[in-house]
Write a protein that binds this ligand. Structure first.
Ligand code: HEM
Length: 201
């Protein structure tokens, strides 16, 4: 593990941002080439949704990986902000390209496909996290309250993975694998925090 940490040491966090926007560039390229099939808006929506979930899950892996000695902590902010970047685009694609910003359409879609409300809940949980993901906010809030606020990510990721399971309408393997992975990663945190709680009581 130490060799892996050493190998990563010269990699700056901007490289994670640069690598992380490549899938976005790929989507833009495919759109321009007409390579997204018969319903490009839906394809864009789905690809952005999946990317946001993948970055959210990657962010959730950082702490358990540190427990086993693999330290990616300095890339965590980049991973989280990339998740928010894709999530915002996913949301905007739905609002602007899919619904055409028409309030009646938006309301009808929320009633018809209420898993979108679950996704919306996940998105709203992420907004305060993205806004406070800077050194000034950490200093102003204090590390403890900042950490407490950032536990909202757990609710956001859980909502996002449930939303993905529900999008499919039938039981599909891939969404269930994501949900299972998220549940395991969240349980690991509960398990790790447990002895500390008992010790503090
Ligand atoms: C944490 C928040 C969210 C996550 C992780 C997420 C993730 C996903 C994923 C993985 C998919 C399916 C991709 C695929 O089948 O390849 C999806 C589909 C979709 N999501 Fe989200 N999403 C979130 C929030 C939202 C929000 C805020 C909205 C809109 C308000 C939204 C609207 C949709 C729609 C309309 C679809 C496509 C459904 C369809 O037509 O088949 N999602 N999302």
């Amino acid at each position: 593990m130490e060799a892996l940490n050493r190998a990563l040491r010269p990699v700056p966090s901007w490289a994670v941002y640069a690598g992380g926007v490549l899938p976005f560039a790929w989507i833009v390229w495919l759109t321009a080439q007409g390579g997204l099939g018969a319903d490009p808006v839906k394809e864009i929506e789905l690809r952005l949704g999946l990317l946001s979930l993948q970055f959210l899950v990657a962010g959730l892996c950082v702490t358990p990986l540190r427990w086993v000695g693999f330290n990616l902590i300095r890339y965590r902010r980049a991973i989280g902000l990339l998740a928010f970047f894709y999530l915002s685009l996913h949301f905007l694609t739905w609002m602007v390209l899919d619904m055409g910003l028409r309030l009646d359409e938006i309301a009808a879609d929320l009633v018809k496909r209420w898993y979108i409300i679950i996704g919306l809940f996940g998105f709203l949980m992420m907004v305060p996290l993205a806004v406070t993901s800077n050194n000034l906010s950490i200093r102003r809030m204090g590390a403890r309250s900042w950490q407490r606020l950032h536990r909202l990510t757990y609710a956001a990721i859980f909502a996002g993975s449930v939303h993905y399971v529900m999008v499919a309408k039938v039981w599909l393997v891939e969404p269930l694998v994501y949900l299972g992975a998220v549940v395991v990663l969240l349980m690991l945190r509960v398990w790790k925090a447990w002895p500390r709680r008992i010790a503090l009581a």
